[in-house]
Structures are given as structure tokens and as C-alpha cells.
Ligand binder design. Structure first.
Ligand code: TRP
Length: 447
């Protein structure tokens, strides 16, 4: 089966589109806030460079050499025990599971674009009532917007790599850069910018708690889209003779850049209007709308373009979460792209409805087990178990299983004298770090 190939810029934008997502604009600022800022940001930057970057190159390499869906690529590349290694590719399931709640959150964002167009909440407490009201009691609007997200994402997927995914990213990613860049430049003109800068970059080591390292590694992974075969599947469509090292570097730099710009901008706005940087997950849906209200008409405008940018970031990541399973259906089950896209789309859409309902007052009790509701369980199982496990498998596969000469022949020309450092990090640093993170997140080991 021949897969259509990305153009060079199309691949970079699609991989960056996958990486830059809700993780960068919604999650990074609030976990940086919760972990006290500067020192946490430094640890995060460190893990992105030394662990994330190494595994990004490894995951790209598997797709680039394997040239097929995740399962088949593992199978093709394993020198022996093929029938065992092919299970490495099943991590693609994690993408569909993540999509069940990712699509619901994209739905909230659509809802907030409409809110921003009409009226913003006048205070943080009003904003809180609004958000929890939507989350707990407004099943129909959540359903409508979840359905719109499902339809959009599935339609793009039915059009394939070139006409769907590449096109979506070529249109939305530049818009996203312009919006975040523009709002950032405005933020630099405000007095509170230096306060935000200090918060993000002046390390106060006393603020760090023992979990911060683990949170930083886990997030570095999620934000770079590693561990489930999204980058792998895109890389199977790379043009021949691509430079995986430069591509990884650009994707990592764009992803980190957007997270830092978004963080600085949000904290500037929050400080300028007296809100707290440590507001938690509600930062973007609760504190920020109230801050936009304070800004008057400009705030309304900012709110609309901000939630649009968030929607763009979410949609470009969403297609990458589903595509590995679509590709799998096409190659292994000889499904047409249309039926594979619809089948995988329906899977996340229908299970997503259960996730959505599990947050509501009416159904939360029936959908809560062991102290977590269905929505939180899926988040936990994917982010804490499946992604680090997928990353661990990939680092072992490229570090120990694929012949070193083969790895070297692709990467040595681009990595040069850095090759041994990368190989060492992939064989020793990354697996150990991931193993610790997994144990810790699963609650087996408490650092
Ligand atoms: N990286 C995206 C974000 O930051 C989410 C994402 C997209 C993802 N594809 C992925 C996470 C694959 C893990 C694996 O929001």
C-alpha cells in the first residue's frame, strides 16, 4: 500500500500541529503556575531537551524506516520476534482513548468562542458559575459541540494525508502563530510583563516539590506527542532523504516556543488584572475570561481570537491522535480511508459521550469508580501509563533492537559527533527516567 507523502513544510507543520495542542496553551501555564514557575520551567526545558528530543528522533526513525502504520513498522523493523514486537504499534489505541476527552474539551472551546462573541463573565466567581454550570448541567450544549468537533475531525481525516491533514495544518498553524505572537507582543507592552517574566524564569527552588520532576517529564512527553505513534505515523509519509534531526529540532523548538509565549502572555494578563497564576485547570476557562472582561472591548476581541487559537491548536492535535488507527485500519484490514476514518471517529465520539456524561451531576455517580470519574480515568490511564510505556518501548526498540548500523546510517550524517550522546541518552537516560515516571504516576513508587 503506497502512502501519499507530505511536502517538507507540510510535514513540519503537521508534526508541530500535533505537538502544539491543548497541552501547550491550557495545561502548561497552569501546571507551571501550580509548581511555582521558574524552577519548574527549567526542569521542563531540561527534560524536553534531553529526553523528549531523543525520543522524538527515535519515534520519527521508526516511521521513516518502517514506512507503514505503527504495527507494521514495528513488525518490519524487528530483526527477530516480529510477532511480539508488532504489539509496540498498538499504543495507537492510546490516541483514540485520549480523543474521547480531547474532543469534549475542544467542544468546550467552541462553546467559549460563542460566549466571547456575546458576553463575558464579569468576575471570577461569575466565570466559575458559568464553567461549572456548563460542565455539570448543560448536557445538550456539550453534546452539540462535541458532535461538531467529531464531524470536523472525521471529515479532515477522510481526505487523507495530503488533502486533509497537510492542508488543515498549512492553514491553521500560521494563524495560530500569528494570534499567539500578536497577543504576546501586546502583553510585552503591559507593566505586569516583567512580573510574568520573573515568575516564569527566575527559579525559586524552594517552590519545587518532589513531584515536580515527574510532572515535568510526563508533560514533556504529552506536549511533544510522543509514545503512541502519532509522530511515527506522520513520519511514514516523510519525503525520501529527510533530515530527521533538523525536523525534530524544529518541532521541539516550535512546541516549546509556543508554550513559553502562551505562558508569559497569560501570566502577564493575570498579574495585570490581579488574578492568581496558580489557579489550576480552570485558569483558561475561569480566570482568563474574567480578565478579558476587565479589558473591555479589546478583551472581547482577545477572547474570541484566543479561543479560536486554542481550537486550532486542539484540532491539529486531534487529527494526529486518530490518524495512527486510521492508517492501521487501512493497511491491516484493507478498509477504505472513508470507512476507517468513520469507524475510528465513531469510536471516540461514542465513548466521548460517556466521558462527557461522567462530569455531569445527573450521571457522575453512575460513572465514577474508585474515586475517579470515567473522564479522569481515561486521562490517567493514557497519560500516566500508556504514553510513558509507549515511549519506553520505542526507546528500547531503537536503542537495543534495531541494528545499530541501520540507525547510524540514517542519523550519523545529520547528528555527526553528537550521535554517541544521543544514542547513550536513548539507551540509558530516557528509559530510566520513563520507568521512574511510570511507577510514580501509577502510585507504586512515591518520590
Ligand atoms: N501534544 C498534544 C498537546 O499538547 C496532544 C497530543 C497530540 C498527543 N497527539 C498526541 C499526546 C500523541 C500524546 C500522544 O495537547
Amino acid at each position: 500500500m503506497k502512502i501519499a507523502r507530505f511536502s517538507r513544510i507540510g510535514f513540519i507543520l503537521a508534526a508541530a500541529g500535533s505537538a502544539v495542542g491543548l497541552g501547550n496553551i491550557w495545561k502548561f501555564p497552569y501546571i507551571a503556575g501550580e509548581n511555582g514557575g521558574g524552577a519548574f520551567v527549567l526542569i521542563y526545558l531540561f527534560t524536553v531537551m534531553f529526553i523528549g528530543f531523543s525520543i522524538m528522533i527515535a519515534e520519527m526513525l521508526i516511521g521513516y524506516l518502517g514506512r507503514r502504520d505503527g504495527v507494521s513498522s514495528f513488525e518490519t523493523l524487528a530483526p527477530s520476534n516480529k510477532s511480539l514486537w508488532k504489539y509496540g504499534g498498538f499504543m495507537g489505541m492510546a490516541g483514540l482513548l485520549i480523543m474521547t476527552f480531547y474532543s469534549v474539551v475542544i467542544g468546550w472551546i467552541f462553546h467559549y468562542i460563542f460566549l466571547a462573541l456575546s458576553a463575558l463573565p464579569a468576575s471570577v466567581s461569575e466565570a466559575e458559575v458559568l464553567f461549572t454550570g456548563m460542565l455539570k448541567d448543560d448536557i445538550s450544549s456539550q453534546l452539540i459541540f462535541h458532535t461538531i468537533a467529531f464531524l470536523l475531525i472525521t471529515t479532515v481525516l477522510t481526505r487523507g494525508i495530503k488533502g486533509g491533514i497537510e492542508k488543515l495544518n498549512i492553514i491553521l498553524m500560521p494563524l495560530l502563530f500569528v494570534i499567539v505572537g500578536g497577543m504576546f507582543i501586546y502583553a510585552t507592552t503591559l507593566d505586569a510583563f516583567s512580573q510574568a517574566w520573573n515568575f516564569m524564569f527566575a527559579p525559586d527552588w524552594s517552590k519545587l516539590n518532589s513531584d515536580s520532576f515527574v510532572t515535568a517529564v510526563g508533560h514533556a512527553f504529552f506536549t511533544l506527542s510522543l509514545g503512541m505513534g502519532a509522530i511515527l505515523t506522520y513520519s511514514a509519509s516523510l519525503p525520501k532523504k529527510s533530515n530527521l534531526v533538523t525536523s525534530s529540532l524544529i518541532v521541539v523548538a516550535l512546541d516549546t516556543g509556543i508554550a513559553l509565549l502562551a505562558g508569559l502572555m497569560l501570566f502577564t494578563f493575570l498579574y495585570e488584572y490581579g488574578a492568581e497564576p496558580s489557579a489550576g485547570p480552570g485558569l483558561v476557562f475561569i480566570s482568563l475570561p474574567a480578565v478579558f472582561y476587565e479589558m473591555g472591548v479589546l478583551g472581547n476581541f482577545f477572547a474570541v481570537i484566543f479561543f479560536l487559537a486554542l481550537a486550532f491548536a486542539g484540532l491539529t492535535s486531534a487529527v494526529s491522535l486518530v490518524e495512527p488507527m486510521v492508517q492501521y485500519g487501512i493497511e491491516r484490514f484493507k478498509m477504505s480511508r472513508l470507512s476507517a476514518s468513520v469507524a475510528m471517529g465513531l469510536f471516540f465520539y461514542l465513548i466521548g459521550i460517556i466521558a462527557l456524561l461522567s462530569n455531569t451531576s445527573a450521571y457522575s455517580e453512575a460513572l465514577t469508580f474508585g474515586g475517579k470519574n470515567f473522564f479522569d480515568w481515561i486521562d490517567f490511564i493514557t497519560a500516566s501509563i500508556m504514553l510513558p510505556l509507549g515511549g519506553l518501548i520505542m526507546s528500547i526498540f531503537v536503542g537495543y533492537i534495531i541494528e545499530k548500523e541501520r540507525v547510524e546510517s540514517v542519523l550519523k550524517p545529520h547528528l555527526g559527533f553528537l550521535f554517541p550522546i544521543w544514542y547513550f541518552s536513548l539507551r540509558y537516560v530516557a528509559p530510566v527516567a520513563l520507568f521512574i515516571v511510570m511507577l510514580n504516576l501509577m502510585g507504586i513508587l512515591s518520590l
